[in-house]
Design a protein around this ligand. Structure first.
Ligand code: GAR
Length: 206
C-alpha cells in the first residue's frame, strides 16, 4: 500500500504534532511527515520538527498582504513536499476555499471541543462560560466552513466546577494526543468512507 505523506500545519507549541511524530515512531501510524509549516516564526512546533529530522518552514503570515498570496505559498510548499494528507494541528488560521479545493477530502483538523458545539478559536473559554458539564475533542475532515466538516472521531471529558481554561485544556489535550494519531492511521488504512456528513469507519482489512 502507498504510504501517505503528511504535511502538518501548526501555529504554536505543537504538542499535537509531537503526538503524531511519536505515534509514527512507535509504528502506530504508517505514514511519513515530509514537512511542518507554521504561520509564525516563533512557533515551537518548528523546533519539534527539526529535532525529529523533519523539514520545517515558516511562512510568516505577516509578510503577505492577503490570505490568497499566503495560502499560495502554503500550497506550493505542500505540493513540493509531495503531501497527500494535510494535517492541521493547532493551526489558528481560517483557510479559504482555494486552499480547501487544493486538497479535496485530504485535509484533517482537530478541534478542542465536541463539535458542532463551541467552534472557533476560544473553545475552552466558551465551554466554561456556557456551563456545560462535558467537553472533549473532535477530529474532522475540513470543508469550506469553519469547524464544520464531517466528523471522524470524538472523545469526551468532564468539565469540573473549578476548571480554568488551562486545566480543561490539559484534560482535553490528553485525549487529542490519542485520537489524532488514530484518525490519521484510519485514513492511512483507507478505512474512512465519507457519505455526506457521515464518516463510516470500515473494518480493518486482514
Ligand atoms: C489544540 O488544543 C488544538 O485542538 C487547538 O489548538 C491546540 C494546539 O495545541 N486547535 C484549535 O483550536 C483549532 N481551532 P498544540 O500547539 O500543543 O498542538
Amino acid at each position: 500500500m502507498r504510504k501517505e505523506i503528511l504535511g502538518v500545519l501548526c501555529s504554536g507549541r505543537g504538542t499535537d504534532l509531537q503526538s503524531i511524530i511519536d505515534a509514527i515512531g512507535r509504528g502506530e501510524v504508517d505514514a511519513e511527515i515530509s514537512i511542518v509549516l507554521t504561520d509564525k516564526p516563533d512557533a515551537y512546533a518548528l523546533e519539534r520538527a527539526k529535532k525529529a529530522g523533519i523539514k520545517a518552514v515558516c511562512v510568516n503570515r505577516k509578510e503577505y498582504s492577503d490570505r490568497e498570496s499566503f495560502e499560495k505559498v502554503l500550497v506550493q510548499e505542500l505540493r513540493a513536499a509531495g503531501v497527500t494528507l494535510v494535517v492541521l494541528a493547532g493551526f489558528m488560521r481560517i483557510l479559504t476555499p482555494y486552499f480547501v479545493r487544493s486538497f479535496p477530502g485530504h485535509i484533517m483538523n482537530i478541534h478542542p471541543a465536541l463539535l458542532p458545539s463551541f467552534p472557533g478559536a476560544h473553545a475552552h473559554r466558551d465551554v466554561l462560560a456556557y456551563g456545560v458539564k462535558v467537553s472533549g475533542c473532535t477530529v474532522h475532515f475540513v470543508d469550506e466552513g469553519t469547524d464544520s466538516g464531517p466528523i471522524i472521531l470524538q472523545r469526551a471529558v468532564p468539565v469540573l466546577d473549578d476548571d480554568t481554561e488551562e486545566t480543561l485544556g490539559a484534560r482535553v489535550l490528553e485525549q487529542e494526543h490519542i485520537i489524532y494519531p488514530q484518525a490519521i492511521q484510519l485514513f492511512c488504512e483507507g478505512r474512512l468512507q465519507v457519505e455526506g456528513r457521515h464518516v463510516r469507519i470500515l473494518p480493518a482489512k486482514d
